[in-house]
Design a protein. Structure first.
Length: 453
């Protein structure tokens, strides 16, 4: 680990990565490497999840290509020196801010979208001029191996490399000194990463999770709302950090809502053989999810098969905040439905839990929309939609509180791996006397006058 990091630090100190064209070239090289190896990437992720080529492209690779295109297009603008006002106090002088890369960065990817959540922050780091050590999750072994092969065959490890392995390798990496650590995963592991980073005062971005609510009001467009909820919830078999974790639905439309959920789920024909449903990542997570299922509260679904790691899309009703399914982020194809009678009650229920990564609101009421946005703190979200806000590179993506620290995507990703160096540039042909000794009453009076300008 030390040899890899030292090699990257030595390479960074050559200042090669500070050249904008160098960064654009590396990003283009990554895009070409991914495109040329799409068959390998499809095969690997299918072995790990039974994830189809369509889903792999639409939820992983297409977003990476979009990130690269945006970064290569905008990088000159993002990286340019910015002039700022100086003020009369420092006349004559000019002031400006210089974006500079932080240095050697560590990106720890997540297992649920292994390509997107590993390469997307790496793209941001490269665009900002850093070297990158990528540690993909060890749970989807085939995708980790595929990523390692692609990077190894196309990049100098002193600039960009992949470290495979499990917990032991991650722990060893975290003992080293980095200039930036970017982690995507659970809050529990996020705390471990944060603590390790603190030992070296390393800045971090933590993309975590939480119980993201969807609030459905009595005046929503029920058919469209349910269609979008079902898509966002069961995408990736619910193994999505910004999936709606649970639904708060107005009591007056509870039965209509549940019936429409059943109709929509059945119309989608979720199944491995239809290439629109995934396996649960491993037996540990399968067993964890099965324990959340209360047979007495299952409205729809509930079938499981441990051998194939299959859990049928499941809807639970009459759920309370004390139930097992509400004690942690679900991260699977189980949707609890909880009723509320007033919007104030719904907001209070959401606010009784740690701040979520996402929040979704389905309503035609601007008053309710504004009230929820004002009174609930969350990372990001959507009105009358789920998940799709992540596809807009102009919206910084990240959590707040227990759901994360910092954000990325588009320019926000560039900023996450950048230090903004503030400079005042002052000539010597004029040197105001006011700041120097002696401190006379006249100078104080003059100082007061200047500070009011």
């Amino acid at each position: 680990m030390k040899e890899i990091i030292n090699a990257q630090r030595n390479f960074f100190n050559t200042h090669a990565t500070k050249d904008i064209q160098f960064r654009r070239t590396q990003l283009k090289k990554l895009q070409q490497a991914l495109e040329q190896n799409e068959a390998l990437l499809h095969e690997a992720i299918y072995k790990d999840f039974k994830k189809s080529e369509f889903d792999n492209y639409s939820t992983e690779l297409s977003l990476l290509y979009k990130d690269i295109k945006e970064a290569r297009k905008m990088i000159y603008k993002w990286a340019r020196k910015e002039s700022v006002p100086t003020g009369i106090l420092n006349f004559p002088a000019s002031s400006y801010i210089i974006p500079e890369p932080l240095g050697v960065s560590l990106v720890i990817g997540a297992w649920n979208y292994p390509y997107q959540l590993s390469f997307a922050p790496a793209i941001a780091a490269i665009a900002a001029g850093n070297t990158v050590i990528l540690k993909p999750s060890e749970l989807p072994t085939n995708t980790a191996t595929a990523m390692s092969k692609i990077v190894r065959e196309n990049f100098d490890p002193a600039f960009f490399t992949v470290v495979e392995g499990g917990v032991e390798e991650t722990q060893e990496l975290l003992k080293q000194k980095f200039d930036k650590i970017f982690f995507t995963g659970s809050t529990t592991v996020g705390k471990i990463v944060y603590k390790a980073a603190a030992e070296n005062l390393t800045p971090v971005t933590l993309e975590l999770g939480g119980k993201s609510p969807a609030i459905v009001t009595e005046n929503c467009n029920l058919k469209v709302s349910v269609k979008r909820l079902v898509w966002g919830k069961f995408l990736n078999s619910g193994q999505t950090c910004i999936a709606p974790d649970y639904v708060l639905v107005h009591k007056s439309i509870e039965q209509k809502f549940l019936n429409q959920l059943k109709i929509e789920i059945e119309s989608q024909h979720f199944a491995f053989e239809n290439d629109n449903f995934l396996q649960i990542i491993n037996n540990k997570n399968f067993d964890r999810l099965v324990k959340m299922l209360d047979p007495q509260k299952i409205f729809y679904g509930g079938e499981t098969n441990r051998e194939s790691r299959y859990i049928q899309p499941t809807v639970m009703q009459n759920v309370s905040f004390d139930d097992a399914v509400m004690q942690e982020e679900i991260f699977g194809p189980i949707l609890p439905v909880i009723t509320y009678e007033t919007i104030e009650e719904a907001i209070a229920k959401v606010n009784s839990l740690p701040k979520p990564l996402s929040c979704y609101v389905f309503t035609k009421s601007n008053t309710i929309k504004k009230k929820i946005l004002r009174e609930i703190s969350f990372g990001g979200g959507a009105i009358n939609e789920t998940v799709m806000h992540i596809t807009n590179e102009n919206l910084p993506f990240g959590g707040v509180g227990f759901s994360g620290i910092g954000n990325y995507h588009g320019e926000a990703g560039f900023k996450a791996f950048t230090h903004y160096k503030s400079i005042m540039d002052k000539p010597t042909w004029f040197d105001p006397f006011i700041k120097y000794y002696p401190h006379t009453s006249f100078r104080l009076k003059l100082m007061r006058w200047i500070m009011k300008l």
